[in-house]
Design a protein around this ligand. Structure first.
Ligand code: FES
Length: 255
């Protein structure tokens, strides 16, 4: 049987949006290295509930790396130290026995803390609501290849469509920018025929929403790319900038 893991875990506790937060320290031992990070937090919560103390609030849903709900900063890195891995898919075997783990919420100006590790990421939803979709009726599912799309274009669109909207890119960015997220949404629709009729309006509306929500600007640090659990490439930001410039030139309404 694999050796168990013990950790000293320092976790951000904050009772509510206006409450003063701070780190609480817990010693956890007897953990299986095959446990996921979230299962470790489940163990902590079972203990806290048994002791009559307030359990830790943290976001999660699918626990399979597909929904984008989970997320926290572990030892300074959003979703922890493993590349292309969401927090729910991070396992304890990747940490040394006895290691100190410092766990904080995904912090950004546009992500206010609701409680403990839970932050309000609805600003990302409002960017999508501003136009990150196709509003034309596309009818029923057409036969495959009815609309020819070059393979490289389809692959780039699908790469961008992998974004799960977790917000790790925003938390990793020193400016709190949402350029990788917004660039992914712009890219995957702008590259496909169904998204092209609205591409100019879309990029203007999404960039405006991004600014109104308080996200910062990109200064090309590329920490967002390192933090992204889905490997969204930095070229989506370049495409966002190109689409924005093009839209500004062709839009009848201007900026
Ligand atoms: S809980 Fe769904 S991606 Fe982690």
């Amino acid at each position: 049987m694999a050796a168990t893991r013990s950790f000293v875990v320092k976790i951000w506790r904050q009772a509510g949006p206006q409450a003063q937060g701070g780190f609480a320290t817990y010693c956890l031992d007897g953990l299986s290295p095959d446990m996921s990070f979230l299962e470790m937090l489940d163990v902590l919560n079972e203990r806290l509930i048994k002791e009559g103390r307030e359990p830790l609030a943290f976001d999660h849903d699918c626990r399979e790396g597909i929904c984008g709900m989970c997320g926290a900063v572990v030892n300074g890195e959003p979703h922890g130290p493993l590349a292309r891995t969401t927090l729910c898919q991070l396992h304890l075997r990747h940490f040394a026995d006895g290691q100190e783990l410092v766990i904080e919420p995904l912090r950004a100006r546009a992500f206010p803390v609701i409680k403990d590790l839970v932050v309000d990421r609805s600003a990302l939803d409002r960017i999508i609501q501003a136009g990150g979709y196709v509003s034309v009726s596309t009818g029923g599912a057409p036969d495959a290849n009815t609309i020819p799309v070059p393979a490289t274009r389809a692959e780039q669109a699908l790469d961008a469509a992998q974004c799960i909207g977790c917000g790790a890119c925003v938390a990793a960015c020193p400016n709190g920018a949402a350029m990788l997220f917004t660039g992914a949404k712009i890219t995957h629709l702008a590259l496909l025929p169904q998204g092209r009729p609205e591409r100019a309006r879309r990029v203007l509306d999404l960039v405006r929403a991004m600014e109104e929500e308080g996200f910062g600007g990109c200064s090309n640090e590329q920490l967002c790319v390192q933090a992204c659990p889905k490997g969204i490439p930095v070229r989506v930001i370049a495409r966002l900038n190109r689409e924005f410039l093009r839209a500004a030139l062709v839009s009848e309404e201007g900026l």
